[in-house]
Design a protein around this ligand. Structure first.
Ligand SMILES: NC(=O)c1ccc[n+]([C@@H]2O[C@H](COP(=O)([O-])OP(=O)(O)OC[C@H]3O[C@@H](n4cnc5c(N)ncnc54)[C@H](OP(=O)(O)O)[C@@H]3O)[C@@H](O)[C@H]2O)c1
Length: 307
């Protein structure tokens, strides 16, 4: 066993959700070390008072050095959209396995793994499938693991990363008519970044969560169309919505795919994901936080930059 320190290594702490998680864990009194991939990020994070270590989930050697003196690890690294050799398999699964192996080598026993609602043995849904395989790797190799599976996450962010709510806000403000894939009936339980940060901090702090898979979501279940309505209402926009069959959107995405320099607004995998339920009947967020998580409606002021 390594000597106990106060240092938490966060991988993926520079991204959209990472901002809330790194701040919440630091506010709880832990010393946070962020894994960074660029000099710019290192400087930006150091200016915010965080310790940094260079490392890439795909480069095992870099991870061993980043583990020096670490007490616990939080892994937030994953992609929702493949790009070049950044595939679901490499980043979501192999990247997690590399981090877990480095933690083991450094005798770090505690790891909190970011997963996602719907993670399961679903080869047809590679995001959810690789998230599920990453969960299993963590469970099989880390003695003191906790897995957190959120629904979609919304909230203010200083990172440039696009979030689902900002994509919807973009659509609400720019499209003359708002398309609803598959009628917009897919169900979500959006959870605020601050509550995700609080949930990770609680899971890391309280040993009773060791060995648990915790599903978290906000207090409301909203359909895709319901989230569009909430955003339109918050921005005083009143536009018609039209249901569009998913196969038709998929056809459009296929037509755009080979065109150089043109990026479809949604990938085939993201369309597939809209068919999966993204809600939980076992919401651990109220217990983890000790209070009710924030609802989507009424907490959308941050979207004004997109409207
Ligand atoms: N956003 C949601 O609604 C949502 C919902 C459920 C679960 N999640 C999960 O939450 C986590 C964070 O998502 P996010 O929305 O915050 O994504 P994000 O903004 O894209 O952040 C991804 C983070 O991973 C890092 N990263 C990517 N590839 C890496 C690599 N090879 N090595 C080291 N770091 C790497 C990025 O670092 P760079 O800054 O260097 O690129 C960034 O810090 C993911 O696990 C995601 O599956 C998100």
């Amino acid at each position: 066993m390594a000597e106990t320190t106060n240092i938490v290594l966060i991988a993926g702490g520079t991204g959209f959700v990472g901002e809330a998680v790194r701040n919440a864990i630091r506010d709880s009194g832990r010393q946070v070390r962020l894994l960074v991939r660029s000099r710019d990020d290192a400087e930006r994070m150091q200016e915010l008072g965080f310790e940094t270590a260079f490392g890439d989930s795909l480069d095992p050697q870099s991870l061993y050095a980043a583990m020096d003196g670490v007490d616990s690890v939080v892994n937030l690294v994953a992609i929702i959209k493949e790009s070049g050799d950044a595939t679901f398999e490499r980043i979501n699964f192999q990247g997690t396995a590399n981090l877990v192996n480095a933690a083991r080598q450094a005798s770090v026993a505690r790891l909190v793994q970011m997963s996602a609602l719907g993670a399961d043995n679903l080869p047809a849904f590679p995001y959810h499938h690789t998230k599920w395989r990453a969960e299993n790797y963590v469970k099989d190799h880390i003695p003191e693991w906790t897995i957190i599976r959120p629904s979609i996450i919304f909230g203010p962010s200083s990172s440039d990363e696009v979030q689902f709510a900002s994509q919807l806000a973009d659509l609400v403000s720019s499209a003359p008519v708002i398309p609803l894939p598959g009628g917009g009936t897919a169900r979500f339980q959006p959870i605020h970044t601050a509550d995700v940060g609080g949930a990770f901090t609680a899971a890391l702090t309280d040993d009773k969560y060791i060995g648990q898979t915790l599903e978290i979501g906000g207090p409301e279940v909203l359909t895709y169309a319901g989230m569009i309505d909430a955003i339109a209402e918050a921005s005083h926009v009143n536009k018609p919505k039209i249901p569009v069959p998913v196969p038709l959107i998929r056809f459009g995405v296929r037509l755009l795919a080979p065109l150089p320099g043109v990026e479809a607004p949604v990938t085939a995998e993201q369309l597939d994901m809209l068919q999966l339920d993204n809600t939980t009947a076992n919401n651990a967020a109220p217990e983890l936080l000790g209070y009710a998580p924030k609802p989507f409606r009424g907490n959308l002021d941050f979207l004004k930059d997109y409207l």
